[in-house]
Design a protein around this ligand. Structure first.
Ligand code: FES
Length: 227
């Protein structure tokens, strides 16, 4: 596992915070007021509160519990209960490498990471969560026997580029759907979906609806399998 897609860039505007999971690692991913992206261990060094419950204050992330402020190096710079104190440099959250490419936010929890493999010319459709294991979701997509996008009866082929990245390509129409899988737990997962850049807005909307349809099928299928 190197770089993992954890969200769409457009879903994390400046000044916002989100939670992400990569493997077993719980993360806070946030963007400062000026747009600097960071990914840290989701645990405040003070008393362990989830930093993803915190809020952005300019170029710092403030913990929601006692308000300690951490700058973009993840170092504590301000403690509201002791405003005159300069906090020791050792009070730091654990940082991970984060980057943006192709409209996605990527995080690596490994020391060495390779550049994410994604074309630059894609358009973001949506991120969507599934209450079923990733293997079950993938099986439902492989077994799909329906027209993915209404009005396109040409059929689709799946190219499984890697475990985490699939491309579904319409056989006749110039439409490709790029799926980036993110495992959240044994029972939940996510897809971040993008399309080719010249895809019409109406088709993008239909692909978004198709993903909803896949969700209903996958969750129903999983319910049937486990019951
Ligand atoms: S737990 Fe975060 S500031 Fe106290």
């Amino acid at each position: 596992m190197t770089n993992v897609a954890v969200g769409l860039s457009k879903d994390l505007p400046n000044g916002r915070v989100m939670r992400a999971i990569v493997g077993e690692q719980d993360l806070v991913v946030w963007r400062s007021k000026s747009g600097v992206l960071s990914a840290w261990d989701n645990r405040c060094p003070h008393r362990g509160m989830r930093l993803s419950h915190g809020f952005v204050r300019g170029e710092a992330l403030a913990c929601v519990y006692h308000g300690w402020h951490y700058d973009k190096t993840a170092t504590c710079r301000y403690i509201p209960a002791h405003p005159e104190l300069e906090p020791p440099e050792t009070i730091k959250a654990q940082r991970f490498s984060s980057t943006e490419k192709g409209g996605l936010i990527w995080v690596s929890i490994e020391e060495q990471s390779t550049e994410p493999s994604i074309p630059d010319n894609l358009k973001a459709i949506r991120s969507i969560s599934f209450a079923c294991p990733m293997m079950a979701l993938k099986q439902v997509i492989r077994d799909l026997d329906f027209t993915l996008v209404k009005d396109d009866n040409s059929g689709w082929v799946i190219q499984e580029k890697s475990d985490d990245q699939w491309m579904m390509k319409s056989i006749k129409a110039n439409i490709s759907l790029h799926l980036f899988f993110q495992n959240l737990s044994e029972q939940t997962c996510k897809i971040h979906a993008l399309a080719n850049s010249d895809c019409a807005p109406d088709t993008m909307k239909k692909m978004s609806q198709a993903l909803e349809h896949i969700r209903r099928l996958a969750e129903k299928h999983y319910e049937v399998v486990v019951s």
